[in-house]
Ligand binder design. Sequence first.
Ligand SMILES: Cc1cc2nc3c(=O)[nH]c(=O)nc-3n(C[C@H](O)[C@H](O)[C@H](O)COP(=O)(O)OP(=O)(O)OC[C@H]3O[C@@H](n4cnc5c(N)ncnc54)[C@H](O)[C@@H]3O)c2cc1C
Length: 393
Amino acid sequence: MTDHNTFRQATRDWLEANCPETMRHPYRNEADACWGGRNCKFQSDDQKNWLERMAAKGWTVPTWPVEYGGAGCDAAQARILTEELARIKARPPLESFGISMLGPPLLKFGSEELKRQHLPPIARGEIRWVQGYSEPNAGSDLASLQTRADDRGDHFIVNGSKIWTSYGDLGDWMFCLVRTDFAAKKHEGISFVMFDMASKGVSTRPIKLISGKSPFAETFLDNVRVEKNQVIGRINDGWTIAKYLLTHEREMIGGSGLARSGGVPVSRTAIEVLGSADGRLGESMLRADIARFEMDERALALTIERARDEVKAGVSLGAAASMFKYYGTELNKRRYELLMSISGGDALDWEGGANHDGFLPKSWLRSKGNSIEGGTSEIQLNIIAKHLLGLPG
Ligand SMILES: Cc1cc2nc3c(=O)[nH]c(=O)nc-3n(C[C@H](O)[C@H](O)[C@H](O)COP(=O)(O)OP(=O)(O)OC[C@H]3O[C@@H](n4cnc5c(N)ncnc54)[C@H](O)[C@@H]3O)c2cc1C
């Protein structure tokens, strides 16, 4: 206990001294999120300093081992760090698919050589990773993927196309599912490979969304050389890695609404925008909806925290990740519906004003995708029914 109190005090002191004042606010526009990478354009010196200082402490990935860029924190220390960051409303220093998606399977299944090659640059935000899972005919039924990798001895030649690659045009490296055995059953002929997006034969084409942005790309792979030492796990056993990564992706997406709200309760926003009488929001209908939402949000946060403790104690999250993915993303959609109602006509201001470059309506539209990416809500309900409730398939 004393050790943890000492850790908390030291963490608090360090954050006070090192977290720039401008990094102590929730995101107000897309540029507030720092994704790192080779071509990273920092929004400000503060954003750059914040990332560099946190990375030097190993606190972009506090629970990863020190030799891979982490701080080797135990579960209690990691929780204290999260609490202390929330206390000062600090922004995440880094958003990263390398951390939230690739890191866990690389730590669990990767060779020592691959871990040493890839994990430290992920922790420092030097390489931006993108996910090459979905294909035009393989989304919910991901194992139908047809991108092929032909064996050429020490390397593969990869051909095919991927779709919905988030930030595909900005990525430095891709982790990708490819078919290495066309004769095997569909789940058994897949391998999990990694390659540099600057490799010859890799090209991307942006896909535009209703939010006006193009955070997606189609990715085309035309005779791309992928070294065999860039396979995680065994060849043809990529489905095991893919599923493990998905549990982490689903947990991340499910909890992202909680993280992105930056600790600002919807009720506080409502009172700031609509005013209050005797400390109570005047609009009784909205008040009831907000109260219901905040109770559900709190229940989810506590359940995720309990599950994280269980994971740290060695219990596998497994299919429970689908529960968090389903509930967290549906809840995030409710959050933005409420925020839009609270802001009334101002919520439709697309370019600027109170919305900071239309951040609210754009985030509201973006939230619709939460219950599709990483596996749709229907697919999560199927998994919950089959694997958690034991209902017939
Ligand atoms: C914001 C966003 C970001 C994304 N980023 C990436 C990325 O970086 N990399 C990547 O590889 N992919 C990414 N995706 C793709 C995502 O994984 C797929 O869109 C998702 O898996 C669904 O596949 P699909 O679009 O082909 O839809 P389909 O699989 O064609 O599904 C269409 C509809 O049918 C329903 N359906 C399908 N099968 C069943 C079933 N068995 N039971 C009940 N209902 C069913 C679905 O729920 C859905 O409503 C992203 C998607 C979004 C929205």
